[in-house]
Design a binder for this molecule. Structure first.
Ligand SMILES: [Zn+2]
Length: 142
């Protein structure tokens, strides 16, 4: 089993309308994210021989999302989430990537500040079920 991680960044504003603190006010973050892709078979032939997936391929799936919904956008508008918390946003990104068909996608992580981050993976994911969940969590939370 291999797990690859591709990191991405974007600048965006949001606000959490129901929050009882400063997050209710319009503010921005320099967000960092990671996409996790897993699989147990490497490409056997051609230019991508020995790869699970080309990192550049992951980037091709990510770029339209970053350009059209995330970077220099107001996340409340572009995601249409009522309250785009890290938890909701990371789930939204995961679902978007899954719908575009990114092969082997198992998890997405988002980092809102230097000290706050959130990982989303669907519980019923077959690849997650196939490997030791404790080992995965250990890998993800490094
Ligand atoms: Zn915030």
């Amino acid at each position: 089993m291999w797990i690859l991680t591709k990191e991405f960044t974007f600048e965006a504003s949001h606000l959490l309308p129901h929050h009882d603190g400063k997050c209710a006010r319009l503010h921005g973050h320099s967000w960092k994210g990671s996409v996790y892709v897993a699989g147990d078979k490497l490409i056997k032939h051609g230019a991508k021989q020995g790869m699970l997936i080309d990192y550049a391929t992951i980037k091709q799936y990510l770029n339209p999302l970053i350009e059209n919904y995330l970077d220099h956008w107001h996340l409340n508008d572009t995601t249409k989430l009522e309250s785009p918390t890290s938890e909701r946003l990371v789930e939204w990104i995961f679902n978007k990537l899954q719908r575009t068909g990114l092969p082997g996608l198992i998890a997405v992580e988002i980092q809102e500040t230097c000290t706050s981050r959130c990982i989303y993976y669907p519980k019923k994911h077959s690849i997650i079920d196939a490997i030791d969940a404790a080992n995965l969590v250990e890998f993800l939370i490094k």
